[in-house]
Structure formats: structure tokens, C-alpha cells
Design a protein around this ligand. Structure first.
Ligand code: WTA
Length: 692
């Protein structure tokens, strides 16, 4: 294989960057590993601590299950409040009039902005609303919201009173939401009436109603549901515009404009409100005081939990805590995006995912940054929407996923060339490995060979970037996540747990905690230890494989477990299989991942029909619908194949590598002598459906 090309950072960018040479990076990195306390102390000092950490207790941890329970503690003894550090601190420094967010709606006519000062007032008001409804420190608050400013307000209001937000991405089904509400035992739910995604109307409150019913049937009652009048407001605004009263630009917070529950929006009327449980956001906020004293919490008290797929099916409630997460979100944001005052930063991720938590909300606000929040899709009203938004707000850092880049590449260069992208300086990629072709298009067509690309590898569990180039110093190799961030020590291990030194490939693990890593799985420390620390004692196991090249660059090669990544959404084959076998006509199912040109990976499902059941289009349509409804639209199977028999070993284990070959139509299946019935393999190839 040819040695891959290396792209040096633009010297203009490097000159003024926070970290402008590899020598500087190496020096800082060495310090972060050798003297963590000394390294993090200046970061710690930027923030307000109501009580300082106990001397000698900066960091304590155990990663080795053989020595005792896994434990990670940063800043023991310290107390603080994340919301206070994000908002009050910025306002008190005299930056209250700075824009925190430009909000860009699905409809290009619908946009607004909010300053730090106004955001603080709104957050305090909502914190008071939460308190009025009995939410206290440590209580979980479920959030199921579109990308509107209220979602940030709700998150920070939780943090202000020490409550723990548990967001479910608003593309998940009511079943998935119910499962998360039940597991987190959320007391209150915040949602919106409806949302438009492109031209599609999605009624979030209806989904919440079903989810709350499901949760109640299984023994957990959500006491209160607060509903943002999102679509009602949009309809009111657009009606006003039609009447010549357009006012999208100069309100400091468009979301508090014009909704009073009496305007005649059709979507608004459709929402069912249950007495004494459901309340309108605007009505609740109306009389709430705009100041709220922060609740000081311990550095290791929970800040939020967020579910991620587990390879055994049931989602895992990843728990992040306060002090370390704050320091890590702030530091990664500053260095990885090289954020400077007056930059405008835009991360396209939904707040329903970890990227939205750390790099739409916590990281940017901890730096007093100005960000864009975008509600819509890259394809509406045209395929140039991203580029037009970059041009509109003069975005300097743009952060998106490879699947989005690939899907936009398909439309060629013309939609890009319609807009000026001259403001761009750093381009980020996250969620899955980026293929060199997409990398090069991003670099050349979007970045005009002037921008650095940061291919950031991390996970819900890691809280922030762990492997990434830095824009002012790292020579870039397309597709390489490159080097560890400060405080992170990656190790590659072989199958036997032996360390792979120098160039080679292995399991990607970490041998020590960095401040932002998860602390446990909510309510299940056993599972936390088992999933992440049992395979290789003494190491946190990412579940990904990686390769180290001759120059020491790390290349993440993808999952080594039964997980897959569809358009950047991590899911397990097991969770899809369990939905498929619920169908009355299916006796068995096995799901594998197959590479997909746009989505990265897609789901290829094998199902064995029950005796007497017919495998036809009706069945496959029903199965697709079932997966969609039970998990979410993003989990939609690409192919469902009839598999009267599955390739099983004599001990009954399904040989998935054979199924992956069938999915690829690759006859080179390797050694199948341990199969109970080798004939099954030919039958599977013969049964590949035409659309596969
Ligand atoms: C994958 C998303 C290669 C990886 C922040 C990881 C990546 C999983 C990259 C976590 C990248 C994320 N290169 N693979 N730059 N970024 N991944 O929890 O398999 O939704 O384990 O967090 O995405 O997905 P999660």
C-alpha cells in the first residue's frame, strides 16, 4: 500500500493557534500524563469552586477489578455548579451581551438568537419551574426535544438545581423512550408539541403520551410533563410575517415570542394535554422569577446520564459527573477547535447524542463561545442548506459526521460553490471512521485546502474527544484520528492482552482515566465493570480496534464487538434481533452489519420464518415497520433475507462471519468445518434477495 499523503496545517492558522507546534503538543502531553494535577490546575482555576478540592485528592482511581471495584474520582471534596460556571461566570466578566446561540430553524425564515444574559434568565426561570414541580437535587429529568433553544435551557436548569438530565434523542420510538424513562425513573419529562424535519411533521407529544402510558403500565409514573409550544410558535410567527409583521431577527429569544395558547395553529390543537400532569412551557415560565440561586454539588455528583446501545440489547445509562466533565469539555473544545473570541462555531449534532451534550452545550458555553444551533436537515429546503448556514453566520468551526459529508458529496460541487465558505478555519468529523474520499472532498471542496480537519474519535462513555489531531499542529493523514488528547493514554492489546508496541493493530484500550470519562452505568456498577473492564483487567476497553502506523498515528478500524454504526448512530445487532423475533411469524433472526456507501454501515437481517409462515413482501414490510417503531427510523433494516437455516456451530453458536460474507455476496467464506450443517451456506447464497 502506498504511504498515505500527509497534509500540513495551514501556516496562517498554525501561527495563531493555541497549540502551534508538535513540540508544544508533546510537551503538554507529557505533562498531562506525568503530572496530571499540575497540567489541569490552570483549567481548574478558570472555574468557580464553592469549596476547593481536598489537598491530595485531585485524582484517585482503580481500573483493576482484581484489586477491587472500579472507581474514578477527580477533585474530591470540591463543590461547584456547572450552570453557574457556564453562564453567571460569563455574565459577571462583562460578557452578558455576547450571543450564546444563533438559532436556525427548519424553515430558513425562522431564526433567532440569545445572549448569555438572556439565557441565564431563562435558565433560572425554568429552574424555578422545575422546583415548583418538586424536582430536587439528584432527581432525573427526561428530555425528548427537537433542536430548539428550550432544550439547552432545560438541560442547564437541571444543572442549576443539581438534577440529572436524561435526554432521549427525539428520533427514538415511544418504546425506546419508555424504556429509558423506566430505567432512569425520571420524575418529569420535557418535550415539545411537534417538530418539522424537512417537510415532515413529527408529533413529539403524542410519542411522549404513549411512552408515559407504557412506563406507567410497568410501574413508573411520570409526575409531570412540560410541553414547549414549538410548532404553535412557528405558525404564529409565519402568520405574522404573512401579515407584514416579520420579526425573526431582533428578538433576543424568539422562542418566548408570541405563543399564548390561543393562536389557532392546527398542530397546537392536536396536542392532548392531560390535566394535572401536562403543562405548557410558556404558561409555566410566565410568572417564574428570573433568578435562582445555584445548588452547589460535589465534583463527583452526577451531571447527566445518556443511554447508549449495549451489545447485549438493553441500553446502558452512561453517567457523567460534574467537576472533571466540566474541565474536560472546556479543554477539548478550546484546543480541538482552536476556539478564539469572535469565532462562530457550529456543531450539527443533535443534543440527543453525546456530541450534542459536550460540543453543542457544555464545551462551547464553558468557553463563552458563540454557536449556531440548527433544527433542520442538510437537505431542506435544498441540498445546500449547510453551506448556506455557514455563509449566513460566517461560521469558523464546523463539526459534522462522515455520513452527512458523504450524503452531501453525492450532489456534486455546485451546491457548495453557490456560497462563500471563506469564514471556515477548522472542520471536524465525528461518529465513525471517515473514508479518505470523503475526507479529501471535505478538505478540498469545503475547506479549500486552507482548513484543518480534526477527525475526532470518542464515545458517549469518554465524555469528550480522546484521539484527535489538533488544528494548529498535527500533520493530517486522511482517515487517521492521529494522537491522544491531553491526559489520555491509549494502548493497543492483542487477543491475549499483550501490549502491541510500535506499529501494529489491536484492541484500543486506555490505562488511566481522564477527567471527562464516565463514572458508572446508572444503577448498575456491576455491568459497568463487566462491559468495560473485565476483558483486559486494568484497562478501559473501548470496543473498537485500532492500528498504529510507523509514524505513531492511530487509525480507528471500527467495532470489534457486535455493534454497528449506521449514519453515526451506534446500535447493537442484538437489539435489532430481539425486535425481529418478537414477530409472530419469525422463529429466529441474526443481524450483521454491511458497509454502506453513505451510511457507513447498514443492517442486513436474516430471518427464519416459523413453521407454516410465509416469507413474502408483507412480512418484510411488517418487520421493517416493527424495527422502525420499536427502536427508531434510523435502525431501519436495509435488507431482510429469508434464512430457513442459519449457519450454526455444533454448540449452537451462529457463525456471524459467514453471514457477513453472504451479505457481501463474497463466496470466500473461509473454514466452515465446525458448522453443524455446511449445506446451509449454499442455501443462504442462493436465497439472497434481488434487492440485496
Ligand atoms: C465510533 C460518538 C472512528 C466508534 C461520539 C466509537 C469513531 C463509537 C469516531 C462511539 C472516529 C466515533 N473514527 N470511529 N472519529 N468517532 N466513532 O457513543 O466505533 O455515539 O466506539 O459517540 O463511534 O459512538 P457514540
Amino acid at each position: 500500500m502506498d504511504k498515505p499523503a500527509v497534509y500540513a496545517p495551514n501556516p496562517k492558522l498554525a501561527k495563531n493557534a493555541h497549540i502551534s507546534s508538535m513540540a508544544q503538543y508533546k510537551e503538554m502531553y507529557a505533562k498531562s500524563i506525568d503530572k496530571p494535577e499540575e497540567f489541569w490546575l490552570p483549567v481548574y482555576k478558570q472555574f468557580h469552586w464553592e469549596t476547593p478540592y481536598t489537598p491530595g485528592k485531585f485524582l484517585s482511581y482503580n481500573f483493576d477489578t482484581e484489586k477491587g471495584p472500579v472507581e474514578i474520582k477527580w477533585l474530591d471534596g470540591a463543590t461547584t455548579n456547572v450552570c453557574y460556571n457556564l453562564l453567571d461566570r460569563t455574565v459577571r466578566c462583562g460578557n452578558g451581551d455576547r450571543i450564546a446561540y444563533y438559532w436556525e430553524g427548519n424553515d430558513p425564515e425562522d431564526y433567532s438568537r440569545i445572549t448569555y444574559k438572556k439565557l441565564l434568565q431563562e435558565v433560572c426561570r425554568f429552574a424555578n419551574v422545575l422546583k415548583d414541580h418538586g424536582v430536587q437535587k439528584g432527581d432525573r429529568v427526561a428530555i425528548y426535544m427537537p433542536m430548539v433553544l428550550e432544550v439547552v435551557i432545560a438541560m442547564l436548569a437541571c444543572s442549576r438545581i443539581g438534577a440529572v438530565h436524561a435526554i432521549t434523542f427525539a428520533g427514538f420510538s415511544s418504546d425506546s423512550l419508555a424504556e429509558r424513562i423506566l430505567d432512569s425513573k425520571s420524575k418529569l419529562l420535557v418535550t415539545a408539541d411537534c417538530v418539522m424535519r424537512g417537510e415532515k411533521l413529527i408529533c413529539l407529544k403524542d410519542i411522549c403520551d404513549t411512552a408515559m402510558d407504557r412506563a406507567a403500565e410497568q410501574g413508573h409514573v411520570v409526575e409531570c410533563c412540560i410541553v414547549v409550544e414549538h410548532l404553535a410558535r412557528l405558525n404564529a410567527t409565519l402568520n405574522a410575517q404573512d401579515n407584514g409583521h416579520a420579526n425573526g431577527t431582533n428578538g433576543t429569544n424568539g422562542n418566548s415570542n408570541g405563543t399564548n395558547g390561543t393562536n389557532g395553529s392546527a398542530a397546537y390543537k392536536k396536542v392532548d394535554m392531560k390535566e394535572d400532569r401536562d403543562f405548557w412551557w410558556t404558561e409555566e415560565m410566565e410568572d417564574a422569577p428570573s433568578s435562582c440561586y445555584p445548588v452547589w454539588v460535589s465534583a463527583e455528583d452526577p451531571l447527566f446520564m445518556l443511554y447508549t446501545s449495549g451489545s447485549t440489547g438493553k441500553p446502558k445509562g452512561v453517567l457523567h459527573t460534574t467537576g472533571g466533565y466540566l474541565m474536560y469539555a472546556a479543554t477539548t473544545f478550546k484546543y480541538v477547535f482552536d476556539y478564539k473570541p469572535n469565532d462562530v462555531y457550529w456543531c450539527t449534532a443533535d443534543v440527543g447524542w453525546i456530541t450534542g451534550h459536550t460540543y453543542v452545550v457544555y464545551g462551547p458555553l464553558a468557553n463563552g463561545a458563540t454557536s449556531v444551533i440548527f433544527e433542520g436537515t442538510p437537505f431542506y429546503p435544498g441540498n445546500d442548506r449547510y453551506w448556506s448556514v455557514i455563509d449566513k453566520y460566517k461560521v469558523s468551526q464546523f463539526y459534522t459526521a462522515p455520513t452527512a459529508i458523504r450524503s452531501l458529496m453525492k450532489f456534486g460541487d455546485e451546491p457548495v460553490l453557490k456560497h462563500s465558505l471563506a469564514s471556515l478555519k477548522v472542520l471536524g468529523s465525528v461518529g465513525e471512521p471517515i473514508n479518505p474520499e470523503a475526507w479529501l472532498w471535505y478538505y478540498k471542496m469545503i475547506g479549500k485546502e486552507e482548513c484543518s480537519i480534526v477527525d475526532t474519535f470518542w464515545q458517549t462513555e469518554t465524555g469528550g474527544h480522546v484521539l484527535t489531531p489538533l488544528p494548529g499542529c498535527t500533520p493530517m493523514k486522511p482517515g487517521a484520528a492521529s494522537f491522544p488528547f491531553f491526559g489520555v493514554q491509549p494502548v493497543l492489546l492483542d487477543e491475549a492482552g499483550k501490549v502491541v508496541e510500535g506499529p501494529g493493530e489491536g484492541y484500543l484500550v486506555f490505562n488511566r482515566p481522564w477527567p471527562g470519562m464516565m463514572r458508572t452505568l446508572f444503577g448498575n456498577h456491576e455491568r459497568f465493570q463487566q462491559v468495560y473492564f473485565s476483558r483486559f483487567p486494568g484497562y478501559y476497553c473501548t470496543g473498537d480496534g485500532a492500528r498504529r502506523d510507523e509514524d505513531g498515528y492511530l487509525w480507528v478500524t471500527g467495532r470489534v464487538d457486535d455493534m454497528l454504526n449506521v449514519s453515526g448512530h451506534l446500535m447493537s445487532t442484538a437489539e435489532v434481533e430481539s425486535v425481529l423475533v418478537e414477530h409472530a411469524s419469525v422463529s429466529e433472526a441474526a443481524v450483521v452489519s454491511r458497509p454502506h456507501p453513505v451510511k457507513g454501515e447498514c443492517l442486513y437481517c436474516f430471518v427464519t420464518p416459523n413453521e407454516g409462515a410465509v416469507f413474502d413482501k408483507k412480512l418484510t414490510d411488517e418487520l421493517k415497520k416493527q424495527v422502525r417503531e420499536r427502536i427508531g427510523p434510523f435502525a431501519m433494516p436495509e435488507v431482510i433475507q429469508n434464512a430457513p437455516g442459519l449457519p450454526k456451530t455444533r454448540s449452537g453458536k451462529i457463525m456471524r462471519r459467514v453471514l457477513r460474507k453472504v451479505a457481501l455476496n463474497d463466496r470466500d467464506v473461509g473454514d466452515i468445518s465446525t458448522l453443524a450443517d455446511e449445506g446451509v451456506v449454499d442455501q443462504l447464497f442462493a436465497n439472497r434477495p434481488p434487492e440485496a
